[in-house]
Write a protein that binds this ligand. Structure first.
Ligand SMILES: C[S@@+](CC[C@H](N)C(=O)[O-])C[C@H]1O[C@@H](n2cnc3c(N)ncnc32)[C@H](O)[C@@H]1O
Length: 259
């Protein structure tokens, strides 16, 4: 299964997982605290999904948003989110297509790839394309799970192609290729009880494992189920599970992009 197909197949499972992470609040707060939107007027989101964080940005900060999203289901949800939030005037572009096919009509102050770079892997031409979406003083932020985070540990045995990329791998590769960037960690935490119960996984824990492994729980071998449990337990920090994500910030004002 290709990466884009994977989201066509499991849109509801992904929505449930994201809801569990309370991502709109925590990721939005991370972007603001990081100063990512300072001096920015326009934000392009590559692989925006249903765009909850992007809509929050528009509503709370008045930034203009543009999105690229190939999945019809997510694209429709995004348009609905825009309408419900009443931020139509701040939506400058909505492209229902892959980033590969996207022809940027302009440059943006901030380009974001929030958990969508799986689709592009270690592709130099696509990284150059994303960097070129930035205005001269603009920034590109790419967030992906770290290799230690439960999501990456489970994705390592996924049946879907492309889902195995981690922030560590992308960051090391990008530096080797000459694309300097800052790197820090965003912690998306959930209470332990959401995924773990006495002796095993909760229904939501099973959903998470099934989604990441691209394998329905009923079809998983005992070995795969045990590995999923261990992967989630490994993310335990006290009474929380930490979905740590590495964020690569390519800041045109600070670093030149390798040509
Ligand atoms: C893990 S989801 C992340 C969605 C959203 N950014 C978020 O953080 O919730 C990955 C997204 O990348 C999109 N995607 C897959 N292949 C893509 C491609 N070739 N170009 C752009 N987006 C793609 C998927 O449709 C999906 O919406």
């Amino acid at each position: 299964m290709e990466y884009a197909e994977y989201f066509q197949e499991f849109p509801d499972a992904y929505a449930k997982i994201v809801a569990g992470l309370d991502r709109v609040n925590t990721l939005y707060a991370y972007l603001i605290d990081r100063g990512l939107l300072d001096h920015a007027e326009s934000v392009l989101s590559i692989g925006a999904g249903s765009g909850d964080v992007e809509v929050r940005i528009a509503k709370q900060t008045g930034r203009q948003i543009a999105v690229v999203e190939p999945s019809q289901v997510y694209f429709d949800q995004f348009m609905q989110n825009v309408a419900e939030a009443g931020v139509q005037d701040l939506l400058i572009e909505a492209h229902r297509q892959s980033f590969q096919d996207f022809q940027p009509p302009r440059q943006y102050d901030v380009a974001l790839s929030l958990f969508s770079w799986f689709a592009f892997d270690l592709d130099r031409a696509l990284l150059l394309k994303a960097l070129a979406c930035r205005a001269p003083e603009g920034k590109l932020l790419i967030c992906l799970p770290t290799e230690d985070c439960p999501a990456s540990r489970i994705s390592a045995f996924s049946r879907s192609g492309g889902i195995n990329l981690t922030s560590d791998r992308l960051s090391h590769w990008a530096r080797r290729e000459g694309f300097d960037h800052d790197y820090d960690i965003y912690h998306g935490v959930v209470p332990v009880g959401l995924y773990l119960q006495e002796g095993g996984l909760t229904e939501q824990g099973k959903d998470l494992a099934s989604f990441l492994a691209a394998t329905p729980w009923d079809e998983m071998s005992d070995e795969l189920r045990e590995a999923s449990l261990e992967a989630i337990q490994a993310g335990r920090r006290g009474d929380q599970i930490d979905h740590a994500s590495g964020c690569l910030l390519f800041d045109a004002g600070k670093h030149a992009a390798a040509e």
